[in-house]
Design a protein. Structure first.
Lengths: 637, 262, 207
């Protein structure tokens, strides 16, 4: 046993977790005794300190910091032995692993796990709303359910699942053996289950789970029971994970591209993650700050948001919303741009055509990043902020539809006259195109201040975000998971089940969320456990549709699990794709490439006779090959 | 035999035709659906008209995208024997790209101009106002009026006067009312003051006073709803606004003032 | 502080079955660790940005007096502290230059001096907290004061920890004129912490 406690792993992690609890208990009690607070032992204080400290102890025990401790203590850093690289059995997925492919799979599985938990909560919300009046939860529990649902879906599913998919394919796509900082990559992943455990576990807190929505507006959030801290602290871990991954992507993309892989030869998925990572690095610290404020207000009695403390010394309530939305609006692009990248890959390969207007696609991503920082206050048109901010924010928000429109039209241009393979990933990509257009249209409507005054905080908003995040992001996630399933697992998914899954999802998604536009405009506010009788019929229909929508995800689950175990063996390049990840075996070899490939042309030269994206092996770029590359580039519009 | 991949002139005409028909049907449907509750203020009328314009502009955009997706999926899908076929290597088309940048830009600019004008319209202050202070607290609304005797009193039900423009003065009769100006204050956490029938909404924020205005145009009783999550009783935080004839309003005000003094 | 491991890992290349990763291609003249640190600093600046937003709203938008009535900020002591921290940037630079020239004595002295000055700063700061006479719960301004200076103090602590690691390695004989990233990268962070202090000092104590 002692040997097991010395080596990194779950036994040591358990021991360190206990150690962390003891540490938190002693630290809190010590400080309270120094200050002479009574009672000496305070459960809430210990819990808050534990929520911050114990995760670090756990990570140390698990081995996420071992290498850095070696470095810090000045011991010679071991020549890379790659002991923690690659997975040989399923157990390796439960260890700190530095292989970006293993981490990618860890990410995707973990995030889908939390998606199912969050989805279950959505089902409970819909069950409560199936009829007016109180069904089976009270107001506080109801508020908890939708709060945790949204937080899990956003911070534990959509944001990180994209990081997971990109983790897997991005280094392959740019011809790198791994990410730039593999150990940081492992740490980023392991922060996620911690955040998820905190958020899900908040139901066990006295007073219930956090119940102030995923937006956690102060001062409601600063007057909530202890469960609220699970959100404030959980978001810090998820945010740290997000920032670390984004740093890693940026450094990897900038410094580790294969020879010949200029920025204008990068696949759009790489471009999309480049843009997303910029957003994450710049914006995510703001939600960290907003939750620091809440944490300090609650735990240490600060007064950032206390408007009642007295004239000349009061806090500012609207400030929370500015800081929060300065992250959380860019966050919707963080949840959308990687999906744009996925869809670009799929539509090009499955239409057998080059991406239409490749450069405009890349530029529009950057335009969205820039504009994304100038629109946050469109969430605050009725918040009581200064009136003059409204019109400028309306204009910037409406303008952001232009680069988004460019992308949609360019995808249509790519489809046009292509040879379209309508399999599951492509169906999801096309479903995304139409549903995201709807979400975009309602987005432009919401940008219009007068209309927004009426529908803000109503079910119209709920409909809009689900068209954007479900019909938009989740469809691209499904598309991406099906598309790269053969690469990640080495097996083919079941095409028939995939198509059934798509049609079930598509139909019930619309039946669930389209009517929400109507009841929102008619006057049903969001986040209510009970509603006026006039909305009863619509809500009943929505609930029934949502249950079928929930069931449809089980088809996906079955398909994935069963295909992973029993699916047909996948070829290395089943889609005749040009990009680099398909030029290696499925799943790829442990270090991706034997030799770094040399890139000689654009990534989407389908239909160009003799076009090659990259030469595998150690081939030196020949003058001829270089000429081909510049030719294809000059053809772009 | 005709190449099924070829897009002929008649195909384009057919797509345009279907597109026009679908847009017309979509717009008709969008305008026919009874989206909003009955409009009880001039603000509501302006916003409803604005929404109709949004529908008219939005439907064709959605139809355009959907028709191209459907046409491509049907016409260009891979057929037997085409498994190894690639599409034409089109990399882009500068003119098209300029068009689909320019047209949406013009559209959203026009919308913004219209939106800004509607906004200044619904925000416009009138000389003749009734001032009411709305207090929001978990989980109830209180409204503070100035009584006939100059004293202030609190009430949970709102009454506002509106002079009928027709003989009939029952529920739903058109009327002209004085502008109601709300000063909105929050006692504990953020709430949001919303009268769906009048389309106006404004958060109640601790520490500051926020404002909104409505010009009633329809007699009747309308719900006041809290639209910002404010805690366990958020969904029951409601009140009512009664738009009544000036005579009834005066009587109500006098009674309330008297009750206060008494 | 780990990217080098991949590049350094090809020593076993060509030895029988054991096949390490291929050498990654360097597609940029910027060094990976330096770039990572710079991006991290961008993130850090934004954290401070969030706190400065709070400062802006509570001081400017609310129109609260600064500092709040009955609260006083010791400009002079903090000014002394500023000088201490700024001089630590100089000693940090000295250590790096020494490393570049292979001057081991200079490296050790430079790192020790930096550690010492940084710790002095923290000690003075904590002492200031003890004697200020107001607590974060006295007013929103006090919350901002403790929030901003505390956030900065936490960064000084992180910086000192990184520098401590580097110092340990200096004393164990690491770092050569060609290989001194372990000093340079935490050094960049340390300079950031110093510059950030000047901004905090000016906006909190002076203005």
């Amino acid at each position: 046993m002692p040997a097991q406690l010395k080596t990194a792993g779950w036994y040591r992690a358990a021991a360190f977790t206990l150690l962390g609890l003891a540490f938190s208990f002693s630290l809190t009690t010590l400080i309270r005794s120094l200050y002479g607070y009574t009672p000496l032992i305070d459960g809430a204080a210990i819990t808050i300190v534990s929520m911050i400290a114990v995760p670090f102890f756990f990570l140390v025990g698990l081995g996420a910091f071992d290498y850095w401790f070696y470095w810090a203590s000045g011991r010679p850093t071991r020549a890379e032995d790659h002991a923690s690289h690659g997975a040989h059995s399923w157990r390796d997925y439960f260890k700190v692993n530095t292989d970006h492919k293993v981490i990618g799979v860890q990410y995707v599985c973990t995030t889908f796990f939390f998606m199912f938990i969050g989805g279950l909560m959505a089902m409970m919300v819909r069950a409560e709303l199936a009829a007016p009046g109180s069904q089976f939860v009270d107001g506080q529990d109801y508020n908890s359910l939708f709060s945790v649902h949204a937080s899990l879906m956003i911070f534990l599913f959509i944001v990180p699942v994209f990081a997971g998919l990109a983790n897997y394919v991005l280094p392959l796509m740019i011809g790198a053996p791994d990410m730039a900082f593999p150990r940081l990559n492992a740490l980023s992943f392991w922060l996620l289950p911690i955040a998820g455990t905190l958020m899900t576990g908040s139901f066990l807190m006295p007073g219930g789970a956090f119940a102030s929505g995923w937006t956690a507006y102060a001062p409601l959030s600063t007057t909530q029971p202890l469960g609220q801290m699970c959100f404030s602290i959980g978001v810090q871990f998820a945010g740290a994970s997000s920032i670390a991954t984004a740093l890693n992507f940026l450094v990897t993309i900038i410094t580790m591209r294969a020879p010949g892989m200029s920025f204008w030869r990068m696949p759009l998925l790489v471009w999309a993650n480049f843009a997303t990572s910029l957003l994450v690095v710049i914006a995510t610290p703001f939600i960290a700050a907003s939750q620091f404020f809440v944490l300090l207000d609650v735990a240490l009695g600060f007064h950032f948001f206390d408007a009642t403390i007295g004239e000349g010394r009061q806090g500012n309530v609207v400030m929370y919303q500015h800081v929060f939305w300065f992250y959380s609006h860019p966050a919707v692009y963080i949840m959308m741009l990687p999906g744009f990248g996925i869809v670009s890959e799929i539509i090009s390969v499955k239409s057998r055509k080059p991406i239409f207007g490749y450069r405009m696609m890349a530029f529009s991503l950057l335009a969205i990043v820039l504009l994304g920082f100038t629109v946050w206050a469109h969430h605050m048109f009725v918040s009581g902020m200064q009136d003059w901010i409204r019109v400028p924010m309306m204009i910037t928000t409406a303008i952001i539809a232009v680069p988004t429109g460019i992308k949609i039209f360019s995808w249509l241009g790519t489809l046009w006259k292509g040879v379209i393979h309508l399999d599951t990933p492509m169906l999801f990509a096309l479903g995304f195109l139409t549903m995201f257009t709807l979400g975009g249209i309602s987005g432009v409507m919401l940008a219009m201040v007068p209309f927004d005054i009426h529908v803000s905080d109503t079910y119209f908003i709920v409909a809009h975000i689900h068209y954007v995040l479900f019909g938009g992001s989740l469809f691209t996630i499904f598309a991406g998971v099906y598309f790269w399933f053969p690469k990640m697992t080495g097996r083919m998914y079941n095409e028939k089940l995939g198509k059934i899954h798509f049609w079930a999802t598509f139909v019930f998604f619309n039946l669930t969320f389209a009517p929400m536009h109507v009841i929102g405009i008619q006057g049903m506010p969001r986040r209510v456990a009970d509603y006026a009788d006039q909305f009863a019929a619509w809500n009943f229909a929505i609930s029934i549709a949502s249950f079928f929508l929930g069931l449809s995800s089980l088809i996906f689950l079955y398909n994935m699990v069963n295909s992973w175990r029993n699916g047909k063996k996948a070829e290395s390049n089943p889609y005749r794709s040009l990009t680099l990840e398909w030029q290696v075996s499925s799943p790829p070899p442990i270090f991706n490439f034997d030799e770094i490939p040399t890139v000689v042309g654009g990534p989407y030269e389908y239909g160009v006779p003799g076009a090659v994206h990259a030469i595998m092996g150690s081939a030196k770029p020949e003058p001829v090959a270089a000429a081909v590359g510049s030719n294809t580039e000059s053809q772009e519009g | 035999m005709k190449n099924p991949r070829e897009v002929t002139r008649s195909d384009v005409i057919m797509m345009i035709g279907i597109g026009i028909v679908a847009s017309v049907v979509g717009i008709a449907l969008g305008l026919w659906i009874d989206w909003f509750p009955a409009a009880a203020a001039t603000q509501a009328t302006s916003i409803d008209t604005f929404y109709d314009v949004l529908i008219i502009i939005s439907v064709p955009v959605f139809v355009l995208v959907t028709i191209i997706v459907l046409f491509s999926a049907l016409r260009f899908r891979v057929r037997a024997g085409e498994e190894e076929l690639d599409g034409p290597p089109t990399h882009g088309n500068t003119r098209l790209e300029i068009i689909w940048t320019a047209i949406p830009s013009i559209m959203v600019t026009a919308l913004c101009v219209y939106g800004a004008s509607v906004l200044s319209d619904i925000d416009a202050a009138k000389a003749d106002q009734i001032q009411v202070t709305a207090y929001a607290q978990q989980f109830a609304w209180d409204f503070e009026y100035t009584g006939t005797n100059g004293n202030k009193f609190l009430t949970e039900q709102m009454y506002v006067p509106c002079k009928p423009t027709t003989e009939a003065a029952g529920e739903g009769a058109p009327c002209v009312g004085r502008q109601i100006k709300f000063d909105i204050k929050a006692v504990d956490v953020i709430h949001s003051f919303w009268i769906p029938a009048m389309r106006m909404k404004q958060d109640a924020v601790p520490g500051i006073v926020t404002h909104t205005k409505v010009n009633p145009i329809r007699l009747g009783t309308y719900p006041i709803v809290c639209a910002e999550l404010c805690g366990i009783g958020h969904s029951i935080m409601r009140s009512t606004i009664h738009v009544v004839t000036p005579a009834r309003y005066t009587a109500w005000l006098a009674a309330k003032s008297a009750a206060k003094t008494g | 502080m780990e990217a080098a491991s991949i590049e350094a890992a090809d020593t076993s290349h060509g030895h029988g079955d054991h096949h390490g990763p291929p050498v990654a291609h360097h597609s940029s003249t910027v060094d990976a660790q330096t770039l990572g640190m710079l991006l991290f600093i961008v993130s850090e600046i934004m954290v401070f940005g969030g706190f400065f937003t709070a400062y802006f709203f509570i001081r400017i938008v609310n129109g609260n007096p600064w500092p709040a009535e009955g609260e006083e900020l010791p400009q002079l002591i903090a000014g002394f502290n500023t000088a201490v921290l700024l001089s630590s940037s100089v000693t940090m630079h000295w250590a790096l230059e020494a490393a570049k020239h292979g001057n081991r004595r200079g490296m050790k002295l430079g790192m020790l001096a930096t550690l010492l000055l940084g710790s002095t700063f923290l000690t003075v700061q904590i002492n200031e907290y003890v004697h200020l006479g107001f607590a974060p719960y006295n007013s929103a301004q006090a919350s901002i004061f403790y929030g901003l200076t505390g956030l900065h103090g936490a960064h000084v602590f992180i910086g000192l920890t990184l520098l401590l690691f580097a110092t340990v390695r200096v004393f164990k004989g690491h770092f050569t004129p060609d290989e001194h990233q372990g000093i340079e990268v935490p050094g960049i962070y340390w300079h950031f912490v110093d510059v950030m202090w000047v901004i905090v000092y000016v906006s909190v104590y002076i203005l």
